[in-house]
Design a binder for this molecule. Structure first.
Ligand code: ADP
Ligand code: ADP
Length: 228
């Protein structure tokens, strides 16, 4: 089954205004369920733009984008938001945690308001996720008091709160020392193996990319290698 399928996808910024620029030029890409893909390429080549489209944070200017079997071109914003919430988890270079909330509260955030999560169940699930990223002892510490590596592990736990089919990780190890980067990568690999989570992992680190199933190479808004 294909989790991600792009056909002729283009993305331009400032459409119809001066300085309109197309940054993705007709992307064809397929990612199968359970694949763990590295996304590599020079700065400014379009990797974040590609992830934002696949993550339904932005829409293509042209082409077809299917996510988890759904043709997203025909979905309205409300349906996109719903699909994103149920199917997609995000981890960014910056953790984007709420630093004045505890680690476990941050992990509970995506479950708030989601159907089928009574309060106690939310807390139990969040505690299990915190445990799975090795931070049980820190679950009631404020996120702002944790180290950078610990914060990013909380961000991974939060991204997995809704058990997404697809995890989009945009340079999640970019700000971390080698040891913390390895720990975060190992976590992503672990969830990929145990839950079948499909992962797109943007990295500049060739050693980590070598440990992925394949590398999607983006250059100047085109996919050079690894499109299928
Ligand atoms: P990467 O993630 O590979 O560094 P990006 O997707 O961030 O690349 O950027 C690709 C190109 O698109 C760059 O030239 C960047 O300046 C441009 N770009 C990104 N976001 C916007 C935006 N919101 N408006 C205009 N140009 C943008
Ligand atoms: P950059 O790499 O350019 O600093 P970020 O990775 O911080 O950008 O964010 C990229 C986009 O994703 C932004 O539009 C931002 O608003 C959005 N975003 C950031 N954090 C989250 C999140 N936890 N969930 C959903 N969208 C997010």
């Amino acid at each position: 089954a294909l989790v991600v399928q792009l056909t002729g996808v283009r993305k331009a910024y400032n459409v119809g205004r001066p300085f309109e620029t197309e940054v993705l030029h007709g992307i064809d890409l397929t990612v199968r369920r359970g694949e763990f893909c590295a996304v590599m390429g020079p700065s400014g080549s379009g990797k974040s733009t590609l992830l934002n489209l696949v993550g339904l944070l932005d829409r293509p200017t042209a082409g077809t984008l299917r996510v988890c079997g759904e043709d997203t071109t025909v979905l309205d914003d409300r349906a996109l938001t719903r699909l994103r919430g149920h199917s997609i988890g995000f981890v960014f270079q910056h953790h984007h945690l709420i630093t004045a909330f505890t680690a476990i509260e941050n992990v509970m955030m995506p479950m708030l308001g989601a159907a089928g999560f009574p309060d106690a169940a939310m807390r139990t699930r969040a505690a299990a996720l915190i445990d799975s990223v090795g931070l049980s002892a820190w679950q009631d510490h404020l996120a702002g008091q944790l180290s950078g590596g610990q914060q990013q592990r909380v961000a991974v736990a939060r991204a997995l709160a809704m058990d997404p089919a697809l995890l989009l990780a945009d340079e999640p190890t970019g700000n971390l020392d080698t040891q913390s980067a390895d720990a975060v990568f190992a976590l992503l690999r672990h969830f990929n193996a145990t839950h079948g989570t499909t992962v797109l992992f943007v990295t500049h680190n060739p050693a980590l990319a070598a440990r992925c199933d394949r590398t999607i190479q983006v250059v100047d808004g085109r996919i050079l290698t690894g499109a299928t």
